[in-house]
Design a protein around this ligand. Structure first.
Ligand code: HEC
Ligand code: HEC
Length: 342
């Protein structure tokens, strides 16, 4: 009986540690981050409204403390937050207009092939790269992606938003100040109907299905390499040479081969969906992937960085069954020993 009591105490302590202490420590070390949201307009509106609220609270606090310097800086912060909220709402309102319009594919084709192919290839439609990767990286800081798959990778709303204002849609406006401009010009001078037409065209030429690797090639490889994966097919170098991407982004984007191990799939989902939520001020743009494309990218990172995962997960239950059987035998053996001694 004593053994059973000891066992009960051990089990209770283990469960308390597992469900009580660990999640608590985790929540303290990693502040809560909202779940990934693929409605980018709604996500941006919520965050900019929250920032206005935070700035108001900070100003109230400074006023209560009667700290003149703090009041002054908190007032500036509040004005900035309010302006940012106003711009964000105006931006998504025009984007909404354009995605509400039904796009005309034929007109979209004319617009895309006359406005975009000076920088972007569309290989599947016979528009080759204008320059080799090294030259376009030198010209723009980063190799512009082929547009043949954009209609599949990105949400319709994000695509419309990005074409109108790339820095705002990808949440890197903080990097393009003091005369620095995004390498892709915004097309917000066009009519919402024209944006809708281009989006409709891009969606019409996109493949119905892509492999996980193709999603990575198209959405991430212009910046990131995969050099140390468990892949059979060798390594993949980022399309943009290091010196150009460093000049453009301020740092070299990390090699993603092993990120799935150090960060885990949930973190990668949250980070790609909105990098700023995790690393405020980060150079990594939001890429605007649909939930499906994002799952494919994470799947690909698992394949190259953690190819033993499926095997491990299969082994887990078998090992537990083994332990249970072993415990029964141990208990039977012990009972037999005691019976013989008494
Ligand atoms: C002057 C060159 C230039 C022109 C013209 C241009 N782009 Fe781009 N575009 C770029 C560059 C450079 C990038 C990569 C930017 C980055 O990764 O920071 C890019 C990125 C993109 C992306 C990827 C978005 C993402 O979040 O990954 C899409 C989609 C796109 N462009 C669509 C278009 C469309 C549609 C047009 C025409 C209406 C167009 N571009 C015109 C240079 C250009
Ligand atoms: C235009 C360039 C660019 C593109 C496209 C891009 N990234 Fe990044 N990424 C960066 C940069 C720069 C950093 C480093 C950010 C920092 O440390 O502030 C980064 C960092 C990361 C990190 C590390 C985050 C951390 O916690 O350290 C992950 C994971 C990541 N990117 C995943 C992706 C995935 C997946 C894609 C494709 C869906 C992608 N990135 C597309 C530029 C890019």
């Amino acid at each position: 009986m004593r053994e059973l009591k000891i066992l009960a105490v051990v089990v209770a302590l283990t469960l308390i540690t597992y469900w009580g202490v660990e999640p608590f420590a985790h929540s303290q070390m990693h502040p809560h981050v909202d779940a990934p949201n693929y409605d980018f307009a709604q996500a941006d509106k919520m965050i900019s409204a929250e920032n206005v609220e935070k700035a108001k609270v900070a100003l109230d606090k400074a006023k209560k403390a009667d700290d003149k310097k703090a009041i002054k800086s908190a007032t500036t912060d509040l004005t900035n937050a309010e302006n940012f909220e106003k711009d964000t709402n105006a931006f998504w309102a025009t984007t909404k207009e354009s995605i509400a319009d039904k796009g005309n594919v034929a007109n979209g084709e004319v617009l895309v092939t006359s406005n975009c192919t000076a920088c972007h290839s569309i290989e599947s439609k016979g528009f080759p790269k204008v320059m080799d990767d090294a030259s376009s990286a030198a010209a723009y800081g980063v190799v512009p992606p082929d547009l043949g798959t954009a209609g599949k990778l990105y949400t319709k709303e994000y695509l419309a938003g990005f074409i109108m204002n790339p820095a705002r849609a990808s949440k890197v406006t903080h990097k393009f100040v003091d005369g620095r401009v995004h390498p892709m010009p915004g097309f917000d001078w066009m009519q919402p109907q024209e944006i809708a037409d281009m989006v409709a065209y891009l969606q019409s030429i996109a493949p119905k299905a892509m492999t996980d690797k193709e999603v990575f090639n198209n959405a991430c490889q212009r910046c990131h390499s995969i050099k140390y994966g468990d892949m059979k097919g060798g390594t993949m170098q980022a399309y943009t040479p290091n010196e150009n991407i460093k000049a453009y982004m301020g740092k070299i984007p990390p090699d993603l081969s092993q990120y799935i191990k150090s960060r885990g799939p949930n973190y990668i989902h949250e980070f790609v969906n909105d990098p700023q939520k995790h690393l405020e001020g980060t150079a990594m743009p939001r890429v605007g992937l649909t939930l499906e494309s994002e799952k494919q990218v994470v799947g690909y990172l698992e394949e190259v960085g953690d190819s033993k995962k499926a095997q491990r997960e299969e082994l887990g239950p078998k090992f537990l069954i083994y332990l249970v059987i072993f415990a029964i035998f141990a208990w039977l053996w012990k009972s037999k020993q005691w019976r013989e001694m008494h």
